[in-house]
Design a protein around this ligand. Structure first.
Ligand code: NDP
Ligand code: OXD
Length: 306
């Protein structure tokens, strides 16, 4: 079986090396290429996909995102609806996301940025800290892992998902209970996928439903956030701060006001990065399933958009 890897953001080398071990794979092409790719049956993508590529792959049977998110595929009009699309669900991805959010949460709860500033200015200020209620939007592979770990750390945890979940120690809400959920979110962590229902969900209307002086952690996608509304909410004091890892435009343009905002902390889409060695194990299982005409693992539902 021939495969094509199109990874314009990450180095394809570890993927090529790892997948080369598979007996099922006869040839690995890496885009861009001038080779004949008409026999390719499997396409692995980490965004964006060059326009017109799908037309060059008449034998295509399976597309996989090389990350957890699939919005780069669901938003691409050239992606056909009859071919299964899968994504990466991986314990390392969940662990790393949980660790990142815990870091952000602790930095906020313990006023760490102020302590760092005070250290430079030799100021001894014993700022107190409060218990925090954490609301997690999206209780899928990443959000549910985070929720469980936060309960163990002693946080009061609230969770929100399309369908109602049952997670020990977490007060869960479904999509009809948006306002009730938000009322509790002193820290709001966004771990939703981008779909037509969730695009721009982090907006002024949502910020108004959160308790005064809440904190936002956006680790899902930049398209969830209305940046202008966030800046207004921070300037008015409605929100006390934000930790942002993802942006509408990446890299974040140097003239974007978020870079300079004193209440914003920015990281460059590194909250959790797919570990190729681990993700390849999943891809190899799916090769086997594909060969046996069985349903692939972690296939997305195109109608739901994730
Ligand atoms: P999942 O698909 O496993 O989980 C998605 C969750 O969102 C589910 O609980 C789902 O509900 C819920 N959901 C979807 N639509 C709605 C809606 N309209 N209203 C309420 N809830 C909704 O995704 P993952 O946990 O694997 O990943 C989440 C996102 O994290 C990815 O899509 C990606 O964008 C981002 N990500 C960011 C990374 C980074 O480094 N910054 C790294 C990895 C991922 P239900 O359970 O009912 O289906
Ligand atoms: C992902 C990401 O979706 O890295 O995996 O954002």
């Amino acid at each position: 079986m021939e495969i094509l890897i199109s990874s314009s953001v990450w180095d394809p080398k570890p993927w090529v090396e790892g997948l080369s071990a598979s007996r099922d794979i006869t040839k690995i092409h890496v885009w861009p290429t001038t080779e004949d790719i008409s026999k390719v049956e499997v396409l692995f993508v980490w965004k964006p996909l060059a326009e017109g590529i799908i037309n060059k792959l008449p034998k295509l049977k399976w597309i996989s995102s090389l990350g957890a998110g699939v919005d780069h595929l669901t938003s691409d009009p050239q992606i056909p609806s009859h071919i299964p699309i899968t994504r990466i669900v991986d314990p390392f991805l969940a662990r790393d996301m949980t660790n990142y959010v815990i870091m952000g949460l602790m930095m906020h709860q313990r006023s760490m940025l102020t302590h760092l500033h005070n250290q430079r200015a030799t100021i001894w200020d014993r700022i107190t800290y409060q218990p925090l209620k954490v609301g997690i939007m999206g209780l899928g592979a990443l959000g549910s892992h985070l929720a469980e770990r936060l309960v163990l750390l002693g946080f009061e945890v609230f969770g929100y998902s399309r369908t109602l979940k049952d997670i020990d120690g977490v007060k869960c809400f479904d999509a009809t209970q948006n306002e009730e959920f938000l009322n509790h979110a002193e820290v709001l962590v966004n771990l939703l996928p981008v779909t037509p229902q969730t695009e721009s969900i982090l907006n002024a209307n949502l910020f108004r439903k959160m308790p005064e002086q809440s904190y936002l952690i956006n680790v899902a996608r930049g398209n969830h956030l209305v940046e202008k509304d966030l800046v207004e909410a921070l300037n008015s004091g409605r929100l006390s701060g934000a930790l942002l890892d993802v942006f509408k435009e990446e890299p974040l343009p140097t003239d974007n006001p978020l870079w300079q905002h004193e209440k914003v902390t920015i990281t460059p889409h590194v909250a959790s990065v797919t570990t190729p060695e681990s993700a390849i194990k999943l891809l190899l299982i799916n090769f086997e399933l594909l060969n046996n005409n069985q349903k692939l693992l972690h296939q997305i539902d195109l109608e739901q958009g994730y």
